[in-house]
Ligand binder design. Structure first.
Ligand SMILES: NC(=O)c1ccc[n+]([C@@H]2O[C@H](COP(=O)([O-])OP(=O)(O)OC[C@H]3O[C@@H](n4cnc5c(N)ncnc54)[C@H](OP(=O)(O)O)[C@@H]3O)[C@@H](O)[C@H]2O)c1
Length: 321
């Protein structure tokens, strides 16, 4: 099968499409024929080892000291179940699914194995493969942080970095939860975030939300330029800071602050099922920055590296749906 292989850390050009062995599902796993995947900000960060300060060495220990131990990146895949292991009871060949292998990666490939008990959910009939996969990375992150942050109806929620993969789902989820949403993004994305449900939009090129005198019950930072020290005056008493991006020192400091929530978002079947159910009911609308064919993986990584994609970069395999 074909896979996008990264044999060293570096720029988008380290990604090469190669022939590799097709994986074989174990007893408790399913084999998915991939229809669509994403190149997300996590893939691009890890490919380049461009991680927040202090996290470079821990990340090398996890991924491979001098080169990626698993050279096929890719967090998520949408496709059709082709084979099931002997012990699998909940899925069968032909099922349309969306799935993640988390930090085991391997989803930038034509075929992917996923544990039945892992992050895997059926895709509703009225949701396309590309829409399903586009929601997963940002959606699982937003769900995780909003659950821990206990976002409640009528709360004022500010989302910094509102037009990316995490932000576009976060705006919609916060609105769905009944919050009053302020979205921070650049001017050209203002109309989009309003359409997604934002009540107020702040253009970060003309206004600094930490200095406008407003207070919020929840501030979510998806960009990494609004650490707790900057945002604490913008939080109401009892307000929560969702630090989706932070360096090692900020994470260590967060451990001692009840107001701050940080760390890796959990990716599990429960959050995928929730996202698919919300997509089926049209509560969530996927935002797709670009749709590229699999041979253009390098281009997909370049687009993500630009730091201004709008929603998700989706990559499609040549396969009938
Ligand atoms: N903790 C976790 O488990 C976890 C999970 C997922 C993602 N993440 C991290 O979360 C971050 C966001 O991920 P993503 O996939 O949503 O990224 P993304 O799609 O690249 O979005 C980045 C967003 O940041 C905005 N932005 C750029 N400069 C900004 C500025 N100065 N102020 C405010 N916003 C600005 C961009 O908006 P404009 O285009 O309008 O400038 C863009 O919408 C990444 O760093 C990722 O690694 C962490």
């Amino acid at each position: 099968m074909k896979a996008a292989v990264c044999e060293r850390y570096g720029p988008p050009e380290v990604v090469q499409i190669r022939d590799v062995a097709k994986p074989v599902p174990g007893d408790g796993s399913v084999l998915v024929d991939a229809v669509a995947t994403t190149v997300n900000s996590g893939d691009a960060r890890l490919r380049a080892l461009r991680v927040p300060r202090g996290l470079g060495f821990p990340m090398r220990l996890r991924l491979g000291l001098t080169k990626p131990r698993n050279p096929i990146f890719g967090f998520e895949v949408a496709g059709r179940v082709a084979e099931v292991g002997n012990a699998v009871t909940r899925f069968q060949p032909g099922d349309r699914v969306v799935a993640s292998r988390g930090f085991d990666f391997g989803c930038h490939a034509e075929h992917v194995t996923v544990a039945e008990g892992g992050a895997i959910a059926r895709i509703p009939e009225n949701v396309s493969y590309q829409d399903a996969v586009a929601l997963c990375f940002g959606g699982a992150t937003a769900l995780h942080y909003f659950r821990l942050g206990k976002v409640a109806p009528d709360e004022a929620v500010l989302i910094n970095g509102a037009s990316g993969a995490v932000g576009t789902v976060a705006v919609q989820l916060a609105k769905h939860l009944g919050a009053e949403v302020t979205a921070v993004c650049s001017g050209p994305n203002a109309d989009l975030v309003k359409e997604l449900g934002a009540d107020h939009v702040i253009d970060y090129t003309t206004e600094d939300f930490t200095r406008n005198g407003q207070r919020y019950d929840v501030v979510m930072d998806n960009h990494g330029n609004a650490p707790y020290g900057r945002v604490k005056a913008s939080l109401t008493p009892g307000g929560r800071f969702l630090m989706v991006v932070g360096n090692l020192w900020q994470m260590l400091a967060a451990a001692g602050q009840r107001a701050t929530i940080s760390g890796s978002a959990a990716i599990d079947a429960d959050s995928y099922q929730t996202l698919m159910s919300l997509a089926e009911r049209r509560v969530l609308r996927p935002v797709i920055d670009s749709l590229l064919p699999f041979p253009q993986m390098v281009e997909a990584h370049r687009r993500v590296d630009g730091g201004h994609k709008v929603g998700s970069v989706v990559v499609k395999f040549q396969r009938s749906e």
